[in-house]
Design a protein around this ligand. Sequence first.
Ligand SMILES: [Zn+2]
Length: 225
Amino acid sequence: MTVVTEVHETIRTLRREVCLLHEQLTRYQLVVWTAGNVSARVPGHDLLVIKPSGVSYDELTPENMVVCDLDGRVVEGEHAPSSDTEAQAYVYREMPEVGGVVHTHSTYATAWAARGEPVPCVLTMGADEFGGEIPVGPFAIIGDDSIGRGIVETLRGSRSPAVLMRNHGVFTIGATAKAAVKAAVMCEDVARTVHISRQLGEPLRIDQHHVDALFDRYQNVYGQR
Ligand SMILES: [Zn+2]
């Protein structure tokens, strides 16, 4: 296969994958209307595949996904890309290990973001997936680099694949788009349970060495090998 055919094949697969992953956002009730999106890096190329802007989830098809370069400019597609493209492109530019990015305003996680409060690590599933608290990023206005910069600055110093952008919502990263979607689902689940726990009293912290052991086991040993 020539290099050109190969990249077209990869993009075709990613269009399908990114389109299908949006079903998980609605399935787990992380989004309403059109506010939330998934993107994937095209490995080996300075490109990403992302949801079209303002198109409802049941109208998404592999064909209407948009391919952009890592400056957020459209390379292939009939639609305008998600308004979060610039922020996500910034993340791909700055974090080469990231293969997927997800953005939602999922209710409980965003309620923590509205208070600017990190979700403390008081559940083993929080230690497993996030390796500690779920951190809060700065307040940032859409339209320049500031959201992307806030995401990268917060996540670089953290084991967490999720950041609660203050007064806004959740951004998650992963080695793949699917991993980033999983982090978004887990982030909402942890935020909800910790919120409910706090209504009843003060949740108990997990000792740091246990957090480390849980994170290490979950990231390296757990699951099907
Ligand atoms: Zn948003």
